[in-house]
Design a protein around this ligand. Sequence first.
Ligand SMILES: *Cc1c(COP(=O)(O)O)cnc(C)c1O
Length: 456
Amino acid sequence: MSTRLRDLPSVDRVLSEERIVRLIARYSRRAVTDLVRAEMAACREAIGIGGPVPALAEIAAAIERRASDRWKEWPGGVINATGVILHTNLGRAPLSRAALDAAERTSAGYNDLELDMETGKRGSRQAHLSRLVCEVTGAAAAMAVNNNASAMLVGLAAVAAGKEVIVSRGEAVEIGGGFRIPDVLGQSGATLVEVGTTNRTYTRDYANAITENTGAILSVHSSNFLVSGFTHSPDLQELVRLGAERNIPVMHDLGSGCLLDTADFGLAHEPMPQESMAAGVSLAFFSGDKLLGGPQAGIIIGNEALVSDVSSHPLARAVRIDKAGISALSATLMHYIKEEATSEIPVWRMISRTTSDIGSTADRWAESIGQGCNVVDGLSTIGGGSLPGEVINSRLVRLGSTGRTGGTDALAQRLRSGVNPVLGRIEDDSVLLDPRTVLPGQEDTLLKTVSHALNS
Ligand SMILES: *Cc1c(COP(=O)(O)O)cnc(C)c1O
Protein backbone atom coordinates (compact mmCIF):
# COMPACT_ATOMS: atom_id res chain seq x y z
CA MET A 1 0.00 0.00 0.00
CA SER A 2 2.71 2.49 0.93
CA THR A 3 4.35 1.93 -2.46
CA ARG A 4 1.07 2.84 -4.17
CA LEU A 5 0.79 5.99 -2.03
CA ARG A 6 4.23 6.93 -3.31
CA ASP A 7 2.76 7.02 -6.83
CA LEU A 8 0.62 9.99 -5.80
CA PRO A 9 2.05 13.32 -6.97
CA SER A 10 3.36 15.64 -4.26
CA VAL A 11 1.41 18.70 -3.14
CA ASP A 12 4.06 20.87 -4.85
CA ARG A 13 3.69 18.95 -8.09
CA VAL A 14 -0.10 19.44 -8.00
CA LEU A 15 0.34 23.15 -7.22
CA SER A 16 2.43 23.58 -10.36
CA GLU A 17 -0.12 21.84 -12.59
CA GLU A 18 -1.40 24.30 -15.21
CA ARG A 19 -5.08 24.22 -14.13
CA ILE A 20 -4.15 24.65 -10.47
CA VAL A 21 -1.92 27.61 -11.37
CA ARG A 22 -4.99 29.20 -12.98
CA LEU A 23 -7.03 28.54 -9.84
CA ILE A 24 -4.33 30.22 -7.73
CA ALA A 25 -4.46 33.26 -10.00
CA ARG A 26 -8.23 33.39 -9.60
CA TYR A 27 -8.44 32.84 -5.82
CA SER A 28 -5.24 32.78 -3.74
CA ARG A 29 -2.26 30.50 -3.21
CA ARG A 30 -3.15 29.85 0.41
CA ALA A 31 -6.80 29.02 -0.21
CA VAL A 32 -5.98 26.72 -3.15
CA THR A 33 -3.19 25.00 -1.22
CA ASP A 34 -5.73 24.08 1.47
CA LEU A 35 -7.99 22.55 -1.18
CA VAL A 36 -5.06 20.61 -2.67
CA ARG A 37 -4.18 19.22 0.77
CA ALA A 38 -7.81 18.25 1.38
CA GLU A 39 -8.04 16.51 -2.00
CA MET A 40 -4.73 14.66 -1.46
CA ALA A 41 -5.93 13.46 1.94
CA ALA A 42 -9.11 12.16 0.30
CA CYS A 43 -7.00 10.40 -2.36
CA ARG A 44 -4.80 8.75 0.26
CA GLU A 45 -7.87 7.53 2.10
CA ALA A 46 -9.42 6.13 -1.09
CA ILE A 47 -6.14 4.37 -1.97
CA GLY A 48 -5.96 3.06 1.59
CA ILE A 49 -9.17 1.13 1.09
CA GLY A 50 -7.98 -0.29 -2.20
CA GLY A 51 -8.94 2.43 -4.69
CA PRO A 52 -6.86 3.22 -7.78
CA VAL A 53 -4.13 5.89 -7.80
CA PRO A 54 -5.64 8.87 -9.66
CA ALA A 55 -3.73 10.60 -12.44
CA LEU A 56 -2.59 14.20 -11.97
CA ALA A 57 -5.28 15.43 -14.40
CA GLU A 58 -7.99 13.72 -12.36
CA ILE A 59 -6.69 15.24 -9.15
CA ALA A 60 -6.63 18.70 -10.74
CA ALA A 61 -10.18 18.28 -12.02
CA ALA A 62 -11.37 17.24 -8.56
CA ILE A 63 -9.73 20.31 -7.05
CA GLU A 64 -11.39 22.56 -9.63
CA ARG A 65 -14.74 21.05 -8.70
CA ARG A 66 -14.05 21.67 -5.00
CA ALA A 67 -13.16 25.30 -5.74
CA SER A 68 -16.18 26.04 -7.91
CA ASP A 69 -18.47 24.32 -5.45
CA ARG A 70 -17.13 25.96 -2.30
CA TRP A 71 -16.41 29.44 -3.67
CA LYS A 72 -19.27 29.93 -6.09
CA GLU A 73 -21.34 33.07 -5.79
CA TRP A 74 -24.23 32.13 -3.58
CA PRO A 75 -27.22 32.35 -3.46
CA GLY A 76 -27.22 31.74 -7.20
CA GLY A 77 -29.95 33.31 -9.32
CA VAL A 78 -32.78 31.15 -10.61
CA ILE A 79 -35.58 31.84 -13.07
CA ASN A 80 -38.86 31.25 -11.28
CA ALA A 81 -41.32 29.74 -13.73
CA THR A 82 -43.26 27.95 -10.98
CA GLY A 83 -46.05 30.53 -10.89
CA VAL A 84 -45.62 30.83 -7.12
CA ILE A 85 -45.14 34.56 -6.64
CA LEU A 86 -43.76 34.53 -3.09
CA HIS A 87 -41.59 31.55 -2.32
CA THR A 88 -39.55 31.55 0.89
CA ASN A 89 -37.13 29.00 -0.62
CA LEU A 90 -36.53 31.37 -3.55
CA GLY A 91 -35.87 34.46 -1.44
CA ARG A 92 -39.45 35.83 -1.39
CA ALA A 93 -40.12 39.22 -3.03
CA PRO A 94 -37.79 40.46 -5.79
CA LEU A 95 -37.05 44.16 -5.27
CA SER A 96 -38.05 47.06 -7.49
CA ARG A 97 -35.39 48.90 -9.50
CA ALA A 98 -35.72 51.92 -7.20
CA ALA A 99 -35.33 49.78 -4.06
CA LEU A 100 -32.22 48.10 -5.50
CA ASP A 101 -30.67 51.41 -6.48
CA ALA A 102 -31.38 52.90 -3.06
CA ALA A 103 -29.84 49.91 -1.27
CA GLU A 104 -26.79 50.06 -3.51
CA ARG A 105 -26.20 53.77 -2.93
CA THR A 106 -26.62 53.37 0.82
CA SER A 107 -24.33 50.36 1.01
CA ALA A 108 -21.59 51.72 -1.23
CA GLY A 109 -20.78 54.81 0.82
CA TYR A 110 -21.28 56.59 4.11
CA ASN A 111 -24.66 58.08 4.98
CA ASP A 112 -26.64 59.92 7.64
CA LEU A 113 -28.19 56.70 8.98
CA GLU A 114 -27.85 57.86 12.58
CA LEU A 115 -26.76 61.46 12.21
CA ASP A 116 -28.97 64.52 12.48
CA MET A 117 -27.55 66.74 9.74
CA GLU A 118 -28.92 69.92 11.27
CA THR A 119 -27.48 69.55 14.76
CA GLY A 120 -24.58 67.27 13.86
CA LYS A 121 -25.64 65.05 16.75
CA ARG A 122 -26.77 61.48 16.86
CA GLY A 123 -30.03 60.87 15.00
CA SER A 124 -32.51 58.02 14.78
CA ARG A 125 -32.23 55.28 12.18
CA GLN A 126 -35.99 54.76 12.49
CA ALA A 127 -37.39 58.29 12.21
CA HIS A 128 -37.63 58.73 8.44
CA LEU A 129 -38.78 55.19 7.69
CA SER A 130 -41.26 55.34 10.53
CA ARG A 131 -42.94 58.43 9.03
CA LEU A 132 -43.33 56.66 5.68
CA VAL A 133 -44.83 53.56 7.33
CA CYS A 134 -47.30 55.77 9.22
CA GLU A 135 -48.21 57.55 6.00
CA VAL A 136 -49.13 54.35 4.15
CA THR A 137 -50.78 52.51 7.07
CA GLY A 138 -52.44 55.31 9.02
CA ALA A 139 -50.57 54.23 12.15
CA ALA A 140 -49.67 56.74 14.87
CA ALA A 141 -46.20 55.22 15.30
CA ALA A 142 -44.00 52.66 13.54
CA MET A 143 -40.61 51.01 13.58
CA ALA A 144 -38.86 48.33 11.56
CA VAL A 145 -36.73 45.39 12.66
CA ASN A 146 -34.98 42.45 11.02
CA ASN A 147 -38.06 40.35 10.13
CA ASN A 148 -41.59 39.69 11.27
CA ALA A 149 -40.63 36.88 13.64
CA SER A 150 -38.32 39.25 15.50
CA ALA A 151 -40.96 42.00 15.38
CA MET A 152 -43.30 39.67 17.27
CA LEU A 153 -40.57 38.57 19.65
CA VAL A 154 -39.58 42.09 20.66
CA GLY A 155 -43.19 43.31 20.62
CA LEU A 156 -44.37 40.58 22.95
CA ALA A 157 -41.29 40.92 25.18
CA ALA A 158 -41.81 44.67 25.57
CA VAL A 159 -45.55 44.53 26.19
CA ALA A 160 -46.28 41.19 27.82
CA ALA A 161 -43.15 39.60 29.36
CA GLY A 162 -44.08 37.96 32.66
CA LYS A 163 -47.76 38.16 31.76
CA GLU A 164 -50.34 36.07 29.97
CA VAL A 165 -51.14 36.46 26.29
CA ILE A 166 -54.48 35.15 25.11
CA VAL A 167 -54.46 33.42 21.71
CA SER A 168 -57.20 31.49 19.95
CA ARG A 169 -56.46 27.75 19.83
CA GLY A 170 -56.94 27.90 16.06
CA GLU A 171 -54.20 30.54 15.78
CA ALA A 172 -51.49 29.04 18.02
CA VAL A 173 -49.97 27.60 14.90
CA GLU A 174 -46.73 26.92 13.06
CA ILE A 175 -46.15 29.56 10.38
CA GLY A 176 -43.40 27.65 8.57
CA GLY A 177 -39.73 26.82 8.89
CA GLY A 178 -40.37 25.72 12.48
CA PHE A 179 -41.67 29.16 13.50
CA ARG A 180 -44.40 28.44 16.03
CA ILE A 181 -46.50 31.07 17.76
CA PRO A 182 -46.37 29.25 21.15
CA ASP A 183 -42.55 29.06 20.97
CA VAL A 184 -42.11 32.75 20.11
CA LEU A 185 -44.44 33.63 22.95
CA GLY A 186 -42.40 31.48 25.30
CA GLN A 187 -39.13 33.10 24.18
CA SER A 188 -40.58 36.57 24.76
CA GLY A 189 -41.16 35.70 28.42
CA ALA A 190 -44.94 35.76 28.06
CA THR A 191 -47.22 32.85 28.91
CA LEU A 192 -49.59 31.51 26.30
CA VAL A 193 -53.22 31.14 27.29
CA GLU A 194 -55.13 29.29 24.59
CA VAL A 195 -58.85 29.83 24.28
CA GLY A 196 -61.68 28.43 22.18
CA THR A 197 -61.32 25.41 19.93
CA THR A 198 -59.34 24.81 16.77
CA ASN A 199 -62.26 25.73 14.51
CA ARG A 200 -64.41 28.08 16.61
CA THR A 201 -63.40 30.85 18.98
CA TYR A 202 -65.68 33.65 20.18
CA THR A 203 -65.00 37.01 21.78
CA ARG A 204 -66.52 35.66 25.02
CA ASP A 205 -63.78 32.99 25.13
CA TYR A 206 -61.17 35.76 25.31
CA ALA A 207 -63.29 37.71 27.84
CA ASN A 208 -63.55 34.66 30.11
CA ALA A 209 -59.78 34.13 30.03
CA ILE A 210 -58.84 37.64 31.15
CA THR A 211 -57.21 37.76 34.59
CA GLU A 212 -55.19 40.40 36.42
CA ASN A 213 -52.13 38.79 34.81
CA THR A 214 -53.29 39.27 31.23
CA GLY A 215 -50.73 41.28 29.25
CA ALA A 216 -52.26 41.18 25.78
CA ILE A 217 -54.68 39.58 23.37
CA LEU A 218 -52.93 38.33 20.24
CA SER A 219 -54.69 37.73 16.96
CA VAL A 220 -52.68 35.81 14.34
CA HIS A 221 -53.63 35.84 10.68
CA SER A 222 -53.80 32.29 9.31
CA SER A 223 -51.60 33.09 6.37
CA ASN A 224 -50.47 29.63 5.39
CA PHE A 225 -53.44 27.41 6.05
CA LEU A 226 -57.20 27.42 5.72
CA VAL A 227 -59.71 26.50 8.37
CA SER A 228 -62.87 25.91 6.43
CA GLY A 229 -66.35 24.62 7.09
CA PHE A 230 -67.79 25.06 10.58
CA THR A 231 -65.58 27.89 11.78
CA HIS A 232 -65.76 31.12 13.70
CA SER A 233 -63.17 33.61 14.77
CA PRO A 234 -64.02 36.94 16.32
CA ASP A 235 -63.97 40.12 14.38
CA LEU A 236 -60.89 42.23 15.10
CA GLN A 237 -63.15 45.11 16.08
CA GLU A 238 -64.87 42.99 18.73
CA LEU A 239 -61.50 42.10 20.21
CA VAL A 240 -60.46 45.75 20.19
CA ARG A 241 -63.69 46.69 22.00
CA LEU A 242 -63.04 43.98 24.60
CA GLY A 243 -59.44 45.15 24.99
CA ALA A 244 -60.54 48.75 25.47
CA GLU A 245 -63.14 47.74 28.08
CA ARG A 246 -60.65 45.72 30.08
CA ASN A 247 -57.63 47.92 29.37
CA ILE A 248 -55.68 45.20 27.57
CA PRO A 249 -53.66 45.84 24.40
CA VAL A 250 -54.73 43.89 21.32
CA MET A 251 -51.90 42.77 19.07
CA HIS A 252 -52.31 41.59 15.50
CA ASP A 253 -49.85 39.48 13.53
CA LEU A 254 -50.81 40.24 9.93
CA GLY A 255 -48.09 38.19 8.28
CA SER A 256 -47.93 39.68 4.83
CA GLY A 257 -48.05 43.49 5.03
CA CYS A 258 -50.50 43.72 2.16
CA LEU A 259 -51.02 47.42 1.45
CA LEU A 260 -53.26 47.02 -1.63
CA ASP A 261 -56.67 45.36 -1.60
CA THR A 262 -56.20 41.89 -3.11
CA ALA A 263 -59.95 41.78 -3.86
CA ASP A 264 -59.30 44.35 -6.62
CA PHE A 265 -57.20 41.67 -8.35
CA GLY A 266 -59.83 38.93 -8.22
CA LEU A 267 -58.37 37.35 -5.08
CA ALA A 268 -59.82 36.82 -1.61
CA HIS A 269 -59.34 39.81 0.64
CA GLU A 270 -56.07 39.70 2.57
CA PRO A 271 -56.14 41.70 5.82
CA MET A 272 -54.35 45.01 5.48
CA PRO A 273 -52.28 47.00 8.00
CA GLN A 274 -54.49 50.04 7.30
CA GLU A 275 -57.57 48.05 8.39
CA SER A 276 -55.81 46.85 11.48
CA MET A 277 -55.04 50.44 12.48
CA ALA A 278 -58.54 51.64 11.60
CA ALA A 279 -59.96 48.90 13.82
CA GLY A 280 -57.94 50.30 16.71
CA VAL A 281 -55.40 47.50 17.19
CA SER A 282 -52.68 48.55 19.69
CA LEU A 283 -49.75 46.89 17.93
CA ALA A 284 -49.59 45.12 14.55
CA PHE A 285 -46.72 43.18 12.96
CA PHE A 286 -45.96 42.29 9.35
CA SER A 287 -43.17 41.24 6.99
CA GLY A 288 -41.40 43.51 4.51
CA ASP A 289 -40.74 40.81 1.92
CA LYS A 290 -44.12 39.19 1.40
CA LEU A 291 -46.95 41.11 -0.31
CA LEU A 292 -45.41 44.43 0.66
CA GLY A 293 -42.83 43.53 -1.99
CA GLY A 294 -39.77 44.91 -0.25
CA PRO A 295 -36.65 43.58 1.50
CA GLN A 296 -36.61 41.22 4.48
CA ALA A 297 -37.91 43.27 7.41
CA GLY A 298 -40.42 43.17 10.22
CA ILE A 299 -42.62 46.21 10.66
CA ILE A 300 -44.29 47.17 13.91
CA ILE A 301 -47.10 49.72 13.88
CA GLY A 302 -49.46 50.94 16.56
CA ASN A 303 -50.00 53.49 19.27
CA GLU A 304 -47.15 55.75 20.28
CA ALA A 305 -46.74 54.54 23.85
CA LEU A 306 -46.43 50.87 22.91
CA VAL A 307 -44.17 51.43 19.88
CA SER A 308 -41.96 53.54 22.12
CA ASP A 309 -41.85 50.72 24.70
CA VAL A 310 -40.85 48.29 21.95
CA SER A 311 -38.15 50.55 20.54
CA SER A 312 -36.52 51.02 23.93
CA HIS A 313 -36.54 47.30 24.79
CA PRO A 314 -33.00 45.80 24.77
CA LEU A 315 -34.06 43.15 22.23
CA ALA A 316 -34.85 45.92 19.71
CA ARG A 317 -31.11 46.52 19.40
CA ALA A 318 -30.50 42.79 18.88
CA VAL A 319 -32.99 42.58 16.01
CA ARG A 320 -32.42 45.96 14.40
CA ILE A 321 -32.77 46.48 10.68
CA ASP A 322 -29.64 47.19 8.61
CA LYS A 323 -29.01 50.24 6.43
CA ALA A 324 -29.55 48.45 3.11
CA GLY A 325 -32.89 47.16 4.38
CA ILE A 326 -33.95 50.60 5.56
CA SER A 327 -33.21 52.22 2.21
CA ALA A 328 -34.81 49.43 0.14
CA LEU A 329 -37.87 49.45 2.40
CA SER A 330 -38.20 53.24 2.20
CA ALA A 331 -37.93 53.14 -1.60
CA THR A 332 -40.55 50.37 -1.74
CA LEU A 333 -42.94 52.37 0.45
CA MET A 334 -42.49 55.37 -1.87
CA HIS A 335 -44.08 53.30 -4.67
CA TYR A 336 -47.26 53.13 -2.59
CA ILE A 337 -47.13 56.84 -1.82
CA LYS A 338 -46.69 57.57 -5.53
CA GLU A 339 -49.49 55.08 -6.35
CA GLU A 340 -47.27 53.17 -8.72
CA ALA A 341 -47.06 49.86 -6.83
CA THR A 342 -48.67 47.78 -9.59
CA SER A 343 -46.23 49.04 -12.19
CA GLU A 344 -43.03 49.25 -10.10
CA ILE A 345 -43.14 46.54 -7.42
CA PRO A 346 -42.42 43.15 -9.02
CA VAL A 347 -44.87 41.09 -6.91
CA TRP A 348 -47.72 43.49 -7.68
CA ARG A 349 -46.77 43.65 -11.34
CA MET A 350 -47.03 39.85 -11.40
CA ILE A 351 -50.35 39.80 -9.55
CA SER A 352 -51.87 42.42 -11.83
CA ARG A 353 -50.67 40.95 -15.13
CA THR A 354 -53.66 39.94 -17.22
CA THR A 355 -54.22 36.36 -18.36
CA SER A 356 -54.21 37.48 -21.99
CA ASP A 357 -50.86 39.22 -21.59
CA ILE A 358 -49.45 36.07 -20.00
CA GLY A 359 -51.08 34.05 -22.76
CA SER A 360 -49.25 35.93 -25.49
CA THR A 361 -45.93 35.39 -23.69
CA ALA A 362 -46.75 31.69 -23.34
CA ASP A 363 -47.62 31.47 -27.06
CA ARG A 364 -44.31 33.09 -27.99
CA TRP A 365 -42.38 30.67 -25.78
CA ALA A 366 -44.25 27.65 -27.13
CA GLU A 367 -43.47 28.66 -30.69
CA SER A 368 -39.81 29.16 -29.90
CA ILE A 369 -39.47 25.89 -27.95
CA GLY A 370 -41.43 23.72 -30.41
CA GLN A 371 -40.94 19.99 -29.77
CA GLY A 372 -44.63 19.29 -29.13
CA CYS A 373 -45.11 21.77 -26.31
CA ASN A 374 -48.44 23.54 -25.99
CA VAL A 375 -50.10 26.31 -24.02
CA VAL A 376 -52.68 25.34 -21.43
CA ASP A 377 -54.89 27.06 -18.86
CA GLY A 378 -53.47 26.91 -15.36
CA LEU A 379 -53.14 28.69 -12.07
CA SER A 380 -50.54 30.90 -10.43
CA THR A 381 -50.48 31.14 -6.63
CA ILE A 382 -49.44 33.87 -4.21
CA GLY A 383 -47.49 31.52 -1.89
CA GLY A 384 -45.08 32.63 0.84
CA GLY A 385 -47.62 32.39 3.62
CA SER A 386 -50.15 34.66 1.97
CA LEU A 387 -53.65 33.89 0.75
CA PRO A 388 -53.58 30.10 1.15
CA GLY A 389 -55.59 28.34 -1.52
CA GLU A 390 -55.92 31.54 -3.55
CA VAL A 391 -55.03 31.26 -7.19
CA ILE A 392 -54.94 33.50 -10.26
CA ASN A 393 -55.82 32.24 -13.73
CA SER A 394 -52.78 31.93 -15.92
CA ARG A 395 -51.57 30.43 -19.18
CA LEU A 396 -48.79 27.88 -18.94
CA VAL A 397 -46.38 26.29 -21.36
CA ARG A 398 -46.56 22.52 -21.05
CA LEU A 399 -43.38 20.88 -22.28
CA GLY A 400 -44.51 18.05 -24.52
CA SER A 401 -41.30 16.09 -24.69
CA THR A 402 -39.13 15.20 -21.73
CA GLY A 403 -35.97 15.41 -23.81
CA ARG A 404 -33.62 12.72 -24.99
CA THR A 405 -33.20 10.92 -21.68
CA GLY A 406 -35.32 10.20 -18.64
CA GLY A 407 -38.80 11.32 -17.69
CA THR A 408 -40.40 14.40 -16.21
CA ASP A 409 -38.28 14.48 -13.05
CA ALA A 410 -35.09 14.14 -15.08
CA LEU A 411 -36.16 17.02 -17.32
CA ALA A 412 -36.98 19.20 -14.30
CA GLN A 413 -33.57 18.31 -12.91
CA ARG A 414 -31.82 19.31 -16.17
CA LEU A 415 -33.72 22.61 -16.13
CA ARG A 416 -32.37 23.23 -12.61
CA SER A 417 -28.78 22.40 -13.45
CA GLY A 418 -26.38 24.58 -15.37
CA VAL A 419 -25.57 28.26 -15.12
CA ASN A 420 -29.09 29.66 -15.58
CA PRO A 421 -31.44 27.31 -13.75
CA VAL A 422 -35.14 27.40 -14.57
CA LEU A 423 -37.66 26.18 -12.02
CA GLY A 424 -40.89 24.86 -13.45
CA ARG A 425 -43.58 22.87 -11.80
CA ILE A 426 -44.63 19.31 -12.35
CA GLU A 427 -48.30 18.49 -12.80
CA ASP A 428 -49.90 15.42 -14.38
CA ASP A 429 -46.46 14.12 -15.29
CA SER A 430 -45.58 17.22 -17.34
CA VAL A 431 -43.25 20.11 -16.72
CA LEU A 432 -45.17 23.39 -16.78
CA LEU A 433 -43.73 26.90 -17.10
CA ASP A 434 -45.73 29.89 -15.85
CA PRO A 435 -44.66 33.21 -17.42
CA ARG A 436 -46.28 35.20 -14.58
CA THR A 437 -43.30 34.86 -12.23
CA VAL A 438 -40.58 35.22 -14.86
CA LEU A 439 -39.05 38.69 -14.64
CA PRO A 440 -38.70 41.03 -17.62
CA GLY A 441 -35.40 40.38 -19.34
CA GLN A 442 -35.22 36.70 -18.36
CA GLU A 443 -37.03 35.33 -21.40
CA ASP A 444 -34.06 34.67 -23.69
CA THR A 445 -32.11 32.96 -20.95
CA LEU A 446 -35.11 30.82 -20.02
CA LEU A 447 -35.60 29.71 -23.62
CA LYS A 448 -31.92 28.78 -23.93
CA THR A 449 -32.01 26.70 -20.76
CA VAL A 450 -35.21 24.95 -21.88
CA SER A 451 -33.84 24.17 -25.31
CA HIS A 452 -30.62 22.83 -23.82
CA ALA A 453 -32.53 20.65 -21.33
CA LEU A 454 -34.77 19.22 -24.06
CA ASN A 455 -31.87 18.44 -26.37
CA SER A 456 -29.57 16.76 -23.88
C1 LIG B 1 -44.53 34.94 7.44
C2 LIG B 1 -45.21 35.13 8.76
C3 LIG B 1 -44.46 35.36 9.92
C4 LIG B 1 -42.96 35.39 9.91
O1 LIG B 1 -42.49 36.48 9.20
P1 LIG B 1 -40.93 36.56 8.79
O2 LIG B 1 -40.82 37.88 8.12
O3 LIG B 1 -40.70 35.40 7.90
O4 LIG B 1 -40.14 36.48 10.03
C5 LIG B 1 -45.15 35.54 11.10
N1 LIG B 1 -46.50 35.49 11.14
C6 LIG B 1 -47.24 35.27 10.04
C7 LIG B 1 -48.74 35.21 10.17
C8 LIG B 1 -46.63 35.07 8.81
O5 LIG B 1 -47.36 34.83 7.71
